[in-house]
Design a protein around this ligand. Sequence first.
Ligand SMILES: Nc1ncnc2c1ncn2[C@@H]1O[C@H](COP(=O)(O)OP(=O)(O)OP(=O)(O)O)[C@@H](O)[C@H]1O
Length: 609
Amino acid sequence: MDETTMLCLGPSLPNSECHYGGKRSRIEVDGDSVNISSATACPRGRSNSALQVLIREVTGVSMRSALQSSAASTCCRHHDGPLMFIHTFRRKKFDWVPVDHPIEFMDEVSARQWTDLIQSLLYDLPERPLHLFVVINPFGGRQKADSVWQDVVKPIFERANITSDAFRTGYRDHAVELLQQMPLEQFQGYSGIVAIGGDGLFQECLRGLLALRSRGGAWQRKAAAIRIAQVPAGSTDAVACTINGCRSAVTAALHVVLGDRAKLDVLEVRTQEGQCRYACSTASYGFIGDVLGASERLRWMGPARYDISGMMTFVNLRSYAVRLWYKSPVEPHPSRSVCCSDCPLCSEPTSNAFDAVDASISGVCVPRPSVAAVAKDSTVFTAATNSDGVSEDDRHPMVGTIDGGPQRGPLSEHQSSQCHRAFHMRGASGFGEQMISGSLRHHHDGLLIRKFEKEQEIRSHDCNPMSASDSWFGNVHLKDSVCVGEGEHWHCWEGEVSSLMIVVTPTRSDKSKHGIVPHAHLSDGRLHLVIVRRCTRWQFLRFLLSLAQGGVDESFSFVDVKEVVAWRCEELTPQGSVWNVDGELMRSQYMSARCHHGLINVFGRGPEL
Ligand SMILES: Nc1ncnc2c1ncn2[C@@H]1O[C@H](COP(=O)(O)OP(=O)(O)OP(=O)(O)O)[C@@H](O)[C@H]1O
């Protein structure tokens, strides 16, 4: 036993004699682990260690007196002594399976002292939760959330000495209300929020939490620090699958008990009409939006509704004309590493997450292209700067809100011509090449090349974001923090799509084990824009199979994947598709979205690779 541990224990150390696995043993706490070693001599060269459990992986400790123990199973018992159980887990790839190690003591006093000692070491771990707010959606998925709570999660929390207040939702948005109506004192007493249900319930908790955060002061501080967990009991459970690498309620509960903490990027999606939703997985338009739209009418079928509506939507595969603007990050990620626990990319400090969310909750805050260079022959826009190198957004920040108020006017002719010049200079220095390689790629597919040329044609006539939808752009509040900065570029793309996806985190699920974009991260401040151009059913089937097998296949000529930080979409097809924002339907001709880098904290560590 090292000196520090000796000091903690004080002069009277509990008797370390015990029996483990039916053998006479000794128990000790050594630094960061509990060790049990055989008291009998081992053959030379063999370790006498029988068990070593890291304190940080102990999920709880409990004791059974001799009387209780004799009523229970007597396996592994040497005499009728009291038992102490060390609760921990073993790894089965990403799934964690609870394991209990029974240790038999000579007398009740020793058993009690060792139980108290290990319990006190667990209490000293600062990230361990003490008291949780649990929300259960009894109607999510196969309607098993109640039993998941009673039979799986509650016993794990009880063994870990975690207390909880559990609430069942009675209707849609009930979780948001529960959070918003909570007194501050009660809210401050919770170490975390546990949503037992699907992605929709998680999203409700997220919305409630961000609303509390927008109140400022103590509310903001607590809401920014608190962690949320999804215990999967819905139809898709992409949030839990993405964070933990598996769809297991036990594993999710164990991550809560261990007090794991990870940051998660949040996508803020807004409609022109001011409706706002937050997503941690994916916002999709076209095929996946249509699948959700159709599946809502089949909710009585449970999770099977997605397969049925998927089939129906596939048979009637449609395409939609859209105009997209997207802002690429200043520096693209150098590698395509898969996000995992202790991911270096996700541990980078998040910038201004606090300020950003304040702005977005209190008013309507949508990123918009700065005065953009207008492409006559390419899709690329770049922030135009005047002769002082000051961007238009910096000079005349938009101050209007969705409710009206002052706005910046449209581009003057002079500004417009400046934009043209700025673009042509940029185009000459490299951006044109991007397009050339794009065109070449599409030459391989005779069918697609005609489509692509048509898109070019449309673009060359009408791709100025400031003209076609000026009223939309001019009607939103712009925060300086989301203006186009040095090195950031807005791009425009216009064409017909079978599907569009904005992927925030890898978005793993049973249907896509590796995730839609396997190299996306939990908290790198990046989004992945997946454009699936209008394609045949056969091509789309290949695309869907690629999602199931290893994530979106970028080698398909009809698929483009772009790393972005903000994005907006104008629907050009009348009565187009709907947006599926983490399982919630949204419909609007104009949508815009941006990524909040590491906005929330979750119970989790990312998959252990
Ligand atoms: N008591 C309730 N009655 C009806 N609807 C509810 C209730 N509680 C929550 N909801 C709503 O039900 C919707 C679906 O719930 P949830 O996400 O938990 O399950 P799911 O849709 O089956 O799973 P997933 O979102 O993972 O596909 C949510 O949008 C939520 O707002």
